[in-house]
Design a protein around this ligand. Structure first.
Ligand SMILES: NC(=O)c1ccc[n+]([C@@H]2O[C@H](COP(=O)([O-])OP(=O)(O)OC[C@H]3O[C@@H](n4cnc5c(N)ncnc54)[C@H](OP(=O)(O)O)[C@@H]3O)[C@@H](O)[C@H]2O)c1
Length: 209
């Protein structure tokens, strides 16, 4: 059985993938308590002792507004710590499964859909961070899968806390009878997070790229 290191292990997508594939891999969990991505050296230190065949890197600051407010911190968390993960994967010949985003394309003037090898263009710090990570991965690793998620939707249930998404946000507004502000004219794709978790084993076996 392969050993997989998962960063951001208690986050939405990581915990969902872990729950549905608990018997498919030996899971090593990295959480904020083990290493804080705002301190890339702590990530490096944690990875020095961990042995793994695959790394599912999900930890990130994915809050667009927070990344805009503090781009230096966002760069440390999202990019410089990812470099530590790339270094560890290279040393161990481990395959990296990276969590990228469609938001790396939100600065494109022309309409999609885009080909995989189309140059990215992001107007947000978050999208730029993720695009920079993809560039680092592509130039330094030979065995990796970069996933560009759309908006991953779903509800929370015991053991799984959904990150904010349109379905959960609308449900919460209805349940709590709370007036809520939604962005309009935002065109995004959506994916049921359960489908990602159900196909996780096949995803880990995709060809490099
Ligand atoms: N959900 C989406 O719609 C979507 C779309 C595109 C891309 N993505 C990407 O997919 C990945 C997973 O998303 P998600 O929805 O599962 O997000 P999530 O639930 O917010 O999980 C992110 C994880 O990262 C950890 N983390 C954040 N800052 C950290 C820090 N400074 N040090 C250590 N750990 C830190 C969090 O730890 P705590 O639990 O301690 O806060 C959390 O466990 C992210 O990389 C995100 O950018 C998500």
């Amino acid at each position: 059985m392969k050993t997989i290191l998962v960063t951001g292990a208690n986050g939405y997508l990581a915990s969902y993938c872990r729950m549905l594939n608990s018997d498919k891999f030996h899971w090593i969990c990295m959480t904020r308590k083990d290493a804080d991505l705002s301190d890339p050296e702590s990530v490096k230190k944690f990875l020095e002792t961990a042995k793994f065949d695959l790394c599912f890197h999900t930890a990130a600051n994915a809050t667009t507004a927070l990344c805009e407010e503090n781009p230096d911190l966002a760069h440390k968390i999202n990019v410089e710590s990812t470099q530590m993960i790339i270094d560890a994967c290279r040393k161990q010949n481990a395959r990296l499964i990276f969590s990228g985003t469609e938001q790396s394309f939100n600065g494109k003037v022309e309409h999609g859909p885009f080909q995989e090898d189309e140059p990215m263009n992001a107007v947000t710090v978050y999208g730029q961070n993720k695009a920079e990570c993809e560039g680092l991965i592509e130039s330094q690793l030979t065995d990796y899968v970069s996933l560009r998620y759309s908006w991953m939707m779903g509800l929370s249930f015991p053991g799984i806390k959904a990150s904010p998404n349109i379905i959960a946000n609308v449900m919460n507004a209805l349940l709590h009878d709370k007036p809520t502000l939604f962005t309009c004219n935002e065109k995004r794709c959506m994916t049921y997070a359960k489908h990602l978790a159900e196909q996780f084993v096949q995803i880990t076996e995709l060809p490099t790229g």
